[in-house]
Design a protein around this ligand. Structure first.
Ligand code: FE2
Length: 167
């Protein structure tokens, strides 16, 4: 049976993962991209707006964290492209896809910021974990590897932030 042609005369994608699985994995990764971008923006926002006696510690810590998140969005988007799907990249799309809530309009107190970020990293970890069964079943090792890396970062960052809230 002849393979469907992609647009522009390029041959149809044929990497050994069927169309349905590629679509499902790309859909999951689109949610992960939206969550990661939203958490990036909230963390940068908190870097700008944090106040109080922990200013120096949190201002610096948030910079490390938003830089890591900023660097993470690119490999996630490019994995979606490698699976043959368009990567979402607008505030409207991210707003519709994200499970992480948008940053509060009024800057919260420093420790409330930390709590919001703990919950954000945990939410992104849950999104990443939910894609694993799809990637596993399809034999999609590059996506599984990416998810493993993201889970490691989000769970470690959630622990570090959570530790600031413990006595
Ligand atoms: Fe800065």
């Amino acid at each position: 049976m002849a393979k469907k042609k992609a647009s522009g005369g390029a041959p149809a994608i044929n990497i050994g993962i069927n169309d349905k699985d590629r679509g499902a994995i790309a859909g999951g990764l689109s949610k992960l991209l939206a969550d990661t971008y939203t958490l990036y923006l909230t963390t940068h926002n908190f870097h700008w707006n944090v106040t109080g006696p922990m200013f120096n510690t949190l201002h610096t810590m948030f910079m490390t964290q938003y830089t890591e998140l900023w660097n993470a969005v690119d490999p996630i988007a490019e994995r979606i492209r490698s699976l043959g799907h368009p990567a979402p990249g607008s505030y409207a799309q991210f707003g519709a896809l994200a499970t992480v809530p948008d940053a509060p309009t009024t800057p919260p107190k420093a420790l409330e910021m930390v709590k919001i970020l703990v919950e954000g990293h945990e939410a992104v970890a849950r999104t990443a974990r939910s894609i694993f069964p799809l990637a596993d079943a399809a034999g999609d090792e590059p996506t599984a590897d990416l998810l493993t890396q993201r889970l490691t970062v989000h769970e470690q960052t959630a622990w570090m932030l959570r530790s600031l809230l413990e006595e």
